[in-house]
Design a protein around this ligand. Structure first.
Ligand code: UD1
Length: 420
């Protein structure tokens, strides 16, 4: 649990961690080349621990030093993702594409992860089927097998991040050309493409609607030295909101401003002042903030669903009525009821939240039920009067490296305690 005494105005500088959502598929991608890869700026978070445990189980050798991971996948000889680890992290589904590429087979249980809606994997399965993969189910497991993984033309019904990544990974060692249309355009997809191309794969188009992969042989792939993961735009956004919600000031280093534009645009609309050069952003508040008539989560370059909960916390403290619509995940408003315990005035109507700003939130005992909800509750607590206890630190630790230390360095009164 986190124990927070609210009311401090935050001020200072943070170096943003490397991206969780880039690191996970890139670690999975190391299976493809069967070589030693060095990846830098990998965040020290629980989701990465889980991914590493899976890779160790598969037979990889891993050496970790600070934020650098050296991973040798030469001796990977298993192709099953252990059930308990898969359940802990839904994104381990991306291992399927990489395992199919290397071995032509994979065995996974149905994926776990944060409880934010049904989160099906039909798009992954449809795409892989077109590439020649046969699926059989039994006892909660999914067996995937391809006598020959072959290139295909795939049109995604929705630009799913995970499905795009899985199909890219499968395409690298498939025979022939894979063309995937209506793909996700998130920066993490571009990062994965860059990593794959560094190992000798031929992937083009990431960041646009269509990705084209010319399949190659494992002998054509080489090791990747010192690949640096992009900065985490969601962690950056979370810290910007920490400054905004306490009407303080913050400077962020290790950011790619372009990736943050969808978030910065909305923070500017609330009246936050944002000054940036290419690799640094400063945010400060010098006047009362204003509510937002319309904030909709959308695939990139729209406003990210992962920033919806943190933004809701901020809007709960801003005078006026804000309307926030979640279009990506069903059931991603669980934090609203916890924010209400802290005095927020939020009404949920289907996938829309109507937030009437209050003068002052107050401390309470609240529970995080997913990663970004946890971050939102910590943010709300920073602005609340008195003490807040945020339970469910395990969710927050999945995605944020040392959030309590970072916020404390900005002047927040926050400590993390493990329950006895
Ligand atoms: C990734 C991110 C997550 C982010 C999300 C949306 C990682 C590790 N996680 O999750 O932080 O919130 O993108 O930006 O990168 N869907 C289907 N069928 C499928 C796949 C997805 O219906 O086969 C639906 C999902 O239920 C959801 C929507 O598509 O409603 C978006 O999901 P997707 O883009 O796949 O998200 P993830 O890759 O799981």
């Amino acid at each position: 649990m986190y124990i927070i005494q609210g009311g401090e105005t935050l001020s200072g500088e943070i170096r943003v961690q490397g991206s969780k959502n880039s690191s996970l598929p890139i670690l999975a991608a190391t299976i493809l080349n069967g070589s030693k890869n060095t990846i830098c700026d990998v965040p020290k978070i629980k989701d990465i621990e889980v991914m590493n445990q899976i890779l160790l189980h598969l037979g990889a050798d891993i050496v970790e030093k600070d934020n650098v991971i050296e991973i040798n996948t030469e001796n990977v000889n298993k192709f099953d993702v252990p059930e308990q680890l898969m359940r802990r992290m839904r994104s381990s589904i991306v291992l399927m594409g990489a395992l199919l590429g290397r071995f032509g087979k994979a065995k996974v249980s149905y994926p776990g992860g944060c409880e934010i809606g049904p989160r099906p994997i039909d798009l992954h399965l449809k795409g892989l089927s077109l590439m020649g993969v046969n699926f059989t189910e039994g006892h909660g497991f999914l067996y995937a097998k391809a006598s020959e993984l072959k290139g295909a033309e795939i049109h995604l019904d929705f630009p799913s991040v995970g499905a795009t990544e899985n199909l890219m990974l499968a395409g690298v060692l498939a025979k022939g050309t894979t063309i995937i249309r209506n793909v996700a355009k998130e920066p993490e997809i571009v990062d994965l493409q860059n990593f794959l191309n560094r190992m000798g794969a031929n992937v083009k188009g990431a960041g646009t609607d269509t990705i084209k992969i010319e399949g190659c042989r494992i002998q054509d792939l080489k090791q990747v030295n010192n690949y640096t993961i992009i900065p985490d735009r969601i962690a950056a956004g979370t810290y910007l909101v920490a400054a905004a919600i306490t009407r303080g000031q913050i400077k962020l280093t290790n950011v790619i401003v372009e990736h943050l534009e969808p978030i910065l645009a909305k923070l500017r609309e609330t009246g936050c002042v944002i000054v940036n050069n290419k690799a640094e952003i400063e945010l400060y508040v010098d006047k009362p903030l204003v509510s937002l008539d319309s904030l909709r989560t959308l695939p990139y370059p729209g406003f990210p669903t992962d920033m919806q909960a943190p933004m809701m916390a901020l809007l709960a403290t801003v005078e006026g009525t804000s309307i926030l619509t979640e279009t990506i995940f069903e059931n991603r408003f669980k934090h609203a009821q916890e924010l209400r315990r802290m005095g927020a005035n939020i009404t949920i109507n289907g996938n829309t939240a109507i937030i009437k700003g209050v003068k002052q939130l107050s401390g309470a005992i609240v529970e995080a039920k997913d990663l970004r909800a946890g971050a939102a509750l910590i943010l709300a607590a920073l602005a609340a009067k008195g003490e807040t206890i945020v339970e469910g630190a395990a969710y927050v630790e999945r995605g944020y490296e040392n959030i309590e230390g970072n916020l404390a360095a900005l002047g927040a009164k926050i400590i993390k305690k493990h329950k006895i």
